[in-house]
Design a protein around this ligand. Structure first.
Ligand code: NAD
Ligand code: TYD
Length: 340
């Protein structure tokens, strides 16, 4: 039995990871730490709250004393850090909070790991730390040896955190691992990101804002495949190592938007080309050979299956995303815990 401390568990991938752990390792305890920024939605964890093996702390990962208290009480064996500011467009508008949470928050967590002793600190990173690839070189992919070369304040903050994690491994002998994953999609994805935004807008017959010409390419992975990869790496991956995680599923943004329109029987007239993102990365593509060779991981959900599951989830959970769009979700914590 292990105690796994998951930060950022009220967000998209962290919440999927918590449900994955509770389902696949029912003997483990899961401790979630999340300060519930605009991207955190406690109602996502409603079902987990009923599990006696789950506990939630509303705490900022930059709060050194608060984090220390949680480590003292919960004594985690494994720490998995999902907590981050994660939206590139917001990082272009206001970089500072990205540096605070993504870099300093990582430092606070690793200091607590050093002080209290843990088996593994796992940093959830991104393929965006490698920068981008040209559209006309489909033969090129990111490997773990590709140099770090960032484009946005978001990716620069994630890359800085990765360097700090490797420095803590080398300097203090902290047992760490890092995963760098491509774009995820699936349930509980906040509707400011491409796929959930397009689904929600299409369902509301609102314009579908495509940046530039819509030709940018992302390598999409169903979120549960990412969760399985992280679980494998944190338990069986070699300490000190980086593992790339990706699905060999490259798609242009415009192809995805059209596919969503087709499935929902919405006209392409809704598609609106808008001003491009500053410094917009052209193409991401992951080479996942290392995690396959060392840990036997392969993606299990083909895109055509995953995207239908995802659109159906948004159709069946209208309340989840409508309360986000209306802002009502931010009152959930107060309603649940305000008088306790
Ligand atoms: P998200 O924005 O949906 O969720 C982030 C969560 O972290 C939220 O619940 C938020 O409340 C919490 N949080 C933010 N700042 C915090 C702080 N200071 N203290 C405590 N909690 C805080 O993000 P996501 O898409 O689930 O991404 C999770 C991680 O995975 C991030 O580190 C991101 O860089 C990485 N990643 C994401 C993708 C993707 O496609 N979404 C791909 C690769 C890697
Ligand atoms: P996003 O979901 O923000 O992920 P990331 O920038 O981390 O890859 O965006 C995915 C792609 O979709 C990216 O090329 C930007 C584009 N995009 C749009 O065209 N319109 C939008 O409204 C959004 C949010 C993104």
């Amino acid at each position: 039995m292990k105690t796994v401390l998951v930060t950022g568990g009220a967000g998209f991938i962290g919440s999927n990871f918590i449900y994955y752990l509770l389902r696949t390792h029912p003997e483990d305890r899961v401790v979630c730490v999340d300060c519930l920024t605009y991207a955190g939605n406690l109602s996502t964890l409603k079902d987990a709250m009923e599990n006696p093996h789950f506990v939630f702390y509303k705490t900022d990962i930059c709060d050194r004393d608060g984090i220390d208290r949680i480590f003292t009480v919960e004594k985690p064996d494994i720490v998995v850090n999902f907590a981050a500011e994660s939206h590139v467009d917001r990082s272009i508008e206001s970089p500072e909070v990205f540096l605070r949470t993504n870099i300093l928050g990582t430092q606070v967590l690793m200091d607590a790991c050093r002080k209290h002793g843990i088996e593994r600190y796992h940093q959830v990173s991104t393929d965006e730390v490698y920068g981008d690839l040209p559209l006309d070189r489909p033969d090129l992919m990111f490997t773990e040896e590709t140099p770090i070369h960032t484009s946005s304040p978001y990716s620069a903050s994630k890359a800085s955190a990765d360097l700090l994690v490797q420095a803590y491994a080398r300097t203090y002998g902290l047992p760490v691992s890092i995963s760098r994953c491509s774009n995820n999609y699936g349930p509980y994805h906040f509707p400011e990101k491409l796929i959930p935004l397009m689904i929600a807008n299409a369902l509301n017959d609102k314009p579908l804002p495509v940046y530039g010409e819509g030709k940018n390419v992302r390598d999409w992975l169903y979120v549960e495949d990412h969760c399985r990869a992280i679980d494998l790496i944190m338990r069986e991956g070699r300490p000190g190592e980086v593992y790339n995680v990706g699905g060999h599923n490259e798609m242009q943004n415009i192809e995805i938007v059209k596919l969503i329109c087709d499935y929902l029987h919405k006209p392409y007239d809704l598609i609106t080309y808008v001003k491009d993102r500053k410094g917009h990365d052209m193409r991401y593509a992951i080479d996942p050979t290392k995690i396959h060779r060392e840990l036997g991981w392969l993606p299990e959900t083909p895109f055509r299956v995953g995207i239908v599951k995802t659109i159906d989830w948004y159709l069946n959970h209208r309340e989840w995303w409508e309360t986000i769009i209306s802002g009502e979700y931010r009152n959930y914590y107060e309603r649940m815990y305000g008088n306790r």
